[in-house]
Design a protein around this ligand. Structure first.
Ligand code: ADP
Ligand code: MG
Length: 397
């Protein structure tokens, strides 16, 4: 990565303002159901504290849309963070203002303050100059470790860098290094697996992967549009009529470039979109009317396994079926198992995408992969080759 990191600056005695991604899932009682994102920021926070900094953390949580929403306060996050850090974490009831400024001024080396939810202010997402300036006055230095929001130019990710010198935290560094190296200098063969709901979400990434990968495996809802482009009947499956031409063009391009583009040869179909729907396995070209494709089938899993057998780099974005429903999670779970195995055999495996990462976490297999990205949309945009504004705004090495 060509950006400065916290290793490159002197933080001793400084108040360091750190944008983290603490946007964790909460249940109805505001209990954190998955603290992966909090844990992912610990290396940066621990490093800053160990090097004599006072740490001021800021994040958004949920989508309060510019208003104070009691259920989206940062308090439960502060509590969990305190447990993980084994030290107190101070909180505020605001993210800017005189009281916050006073509290930040009083913060001593080794102390931690977590600001209230940034998105209680509509100015955050609007990248408002004054709001960004008020945040910036709280610290002497700025660190961005919120990879999950780095694709957005918000006040706390981009605006603040107009007033404070900014460097990357360890999570941002790790994400950029893993995703960047996998895509730009992959050990070959390099095989990409792309699934998920819609072709329209993934066109840019498919096009870029066709430039770089040696093979492309396609599953999930978006495979349906490719099957339609091949002229198959797909019943009531999710499909994007307006993207059939795009799918056709991608198939032709893969052919031209002699890159294997693999579509599901068989699928699991259901009589309705429900966890307890009646379901069965059929070849992809034999989907009866009134049925819908919700997962890849066992023959496809075997095809995909064969392609991945000698892959040295595997990048995966998008679940291969409706993995939220156990009956239609088989393709996704088989792929998780296979990637864990390939990792143990020395392949580099990178998983990006919120739902795919969640499926890997849920299977308890995250530690068996080379890297599971914490940034859903951000990792997709990075894989598309786009500049992430929250990273671009940091100081160059
Ligand atoms: P990621 O978050 O990993 O990038 P996406 O958001 O693109 O993945 O896609 C995941 C979504 O795709 C899930 O909600 C899943 O239910 C849906 N999906 C996958 N396969 C199908 C299918 N065959 N039909 C309908 N929805 C599907
Ligand atoms: Mg998703």
């Amino acid at each position: 990565m060509n950006k400065k990191t916290i290793r490159d600056i002197d933080v001793a005695g400084k108040r360091v303002l750190v944008r983290v991604d603490f946007n964790v899932p909460l249940d109805a009682n505001q209990h954190i159901t998955d603290d992966t994102r909090i844990a992912a920021a610990l290396p940066t926070i621990d490093y800053l504290l160990a090097h004599g900094a006072a740490v001021i953390l800021m994040s958004h949580l949920g989508r309060p849309d510019g208003k104070v929403v009691e259920k989206m306060r940062m308090a439960p996050v502060a509590q969990r963070l305190s447990e993980l850090l084994h030290r107190p974490v101070q909180t505020t009831t605001e993210s800017i203002g005189p009281a916050v400024a006073t509290q930040a001024q009083a913060l001593q080396a080794g102390e931690v303050l977590l600001l209230e939810n940034l998105r209680f202010h509509k100015e955050e997402e609007k990248n408002d100059t004054d709001f960004a300036h008020q945040l910036a006055t709280l610290g002497d230095l700025y660190v961005n470790d919120a990879f999950g929001t780095a694709h957005r130019a918000h006040a706390s990710t981009e605006g603040v860098t107009r007033y404070l010198p900014g460097v990357a935290g360890f999570l941002v560094e790790k994400e950029i290094n893993f995703l960047g190296t996998a895509l730009e200098q992959p050990k070959r063969p390099f095989i990409a697996i792309v699934g998920g709901a819609k072709v329209s979400d993934k066109i840019a990434v498919l096009e870029r992967l066709l430039e770089m990968a040696d093979g492309l495996l396609i599953g999930g809802g978006m495979a349906n549009t490719f099957l339609a482009a091949e002229g198959y009947e797909i019943g009531d499956s999710l499909f994007e009529e307006s993207k059939v031409k795009t799918a056709r063009a991608l198939i032709d391009k893969a052919h031209e470039k002699k890159i294997g583009l693999h579509l599901p040869s068989d699928v699991v179909i259901a009589d309705r979109f429900a966890a307890d729907a009646e379901h069965k396995n059929v070849p992809s070209n034999q989907v009866p009317k009134g049925w819908r494709i919700l997962d890849i089938g066992p023959a496809t899993i075997a095809d995909f396994r064969a392609v991945l057998q000698d892959a040295q780099t595997i990048v995966w974005n998008g679940t291969l079926g409706v993995a939220e429903m156990a009956a239609f999670a088989q393709g996704t779970n088989a792929m998780i198992e296979l990637l864990a195995q390939r990792t143990s055999e020395g392949a580099t495996t990178i998983i990006g995408g919120g739902d795919s990462a969640a499926a890997v976490e849920q299977a308890g297999a995250a530690h068996k992969m080379t890297h599971v990205s914490t940034g859903g949309g951000a990792s997709l945009e990075f894989m598309e080759g786009r500049v992430l504004p929250g990273v671009a705004a940091l100081q160059d090495q």
